[in-house]
Design a binder for this molecule. Structure first.
Ligand SMILES: [Zn+2]
Length: 220
């Protein structure tokens, strides 16, 4: 009987020691794990895509719904709201006069290249990534842009610990799709609210949405 009590005492002591040793460590480990941070990436909500040379379908609702989404997100001042912008020189290779598929658009210094007024209040220089600045390069993806500090979008998102990205903007089939796919390939969880998109061609929009769904991008 004495042996039983001795064994019980050892078991209880071992349980207490185990709890003291492991429980605080567990708590510490949880605190050290990076927080799941999310961000919004706004693609090309620029006047040439809204009402200019490349005006897109549903651009008005896209801008209005984007403004509502950003107003909600901006309630947390630390929430990253990132802009990706076409920022072309006048002789860009994507323009028809240079043999490209598009009319001139989003030329540096013109209204067509400006972000929609409804969204301007959320713009920060370090969170703005310009693309298509090299006359010889077409860059649909925000992943190819740089901010004023020379950072890429991926570098900035990683520095902020971002893991989940909501992508909105124009145009579904081109810059939105390319940006969303590059984010997904780089390991981010990507969500696209469909009411915050505008497109060059509606059928192209539908096909792009289906393709992105199949690739694992969440469309809501
Ligand atoms: Zn362009």
């Amino acid at each position: 009987m004495k042996k039983f009590w001795t064994i019980l005492a050892i078991v209880v002591a071992a349980a207490i020691i185990a709890c003291l040793v492991f429980c605080p460590k567990k708590g510490k480990k949880a605190a050290e794990e990076p927080k799941a941070v999310s961000a919004i990436v706004v693609v090309d909500e620029l006047y040439d895509f809204i009402d200019g040379s490349l005006a897109c379908h549903r651009s008005d609702t896209c801008v209005a719904n984007s403004a509502a989404l950003l107003a909600e997100a901006a309630k947390d001042p630390s929430y990253p709201i990132i802009f990706v912008c076409d920022h072309h020189p006048a002789n860009h290779c994507s323009f028809a006069e240079q043999g490209g598929p598009w009319p001139p658009h989003c030329v540096q210094g013109t209204r067509g290249g400006e972000i929609a007024d409804e969204l301007k209040q959320y713009v920060k220089a370090e969170y703005t990534f310009n693309k298509g600045e090299d006359p010889a390069l077409e860059q649909y993806s925000g992943f190819e842009g740089r901010n004023s500090a020379g950072q890429t979008l991926d570098e900035m998102l990683k520095s902020l610990g971002v893991q989940e990205v909501t992508v909105i903007g124009i145009a579904t089939e081109f810059c939105v799709r390319n940006t969303a796919e590059d984010l997904m390939k780089a390991g981010y969880k990507v969500t696209i609210p469909e009411d915050c998109l505008a497109c060059v061609d509606y059928q192209g929009h539908v096909e792009a949405i289906e393709a992105m769904k199949a690739e694992g991008i969440t469309i809501k």
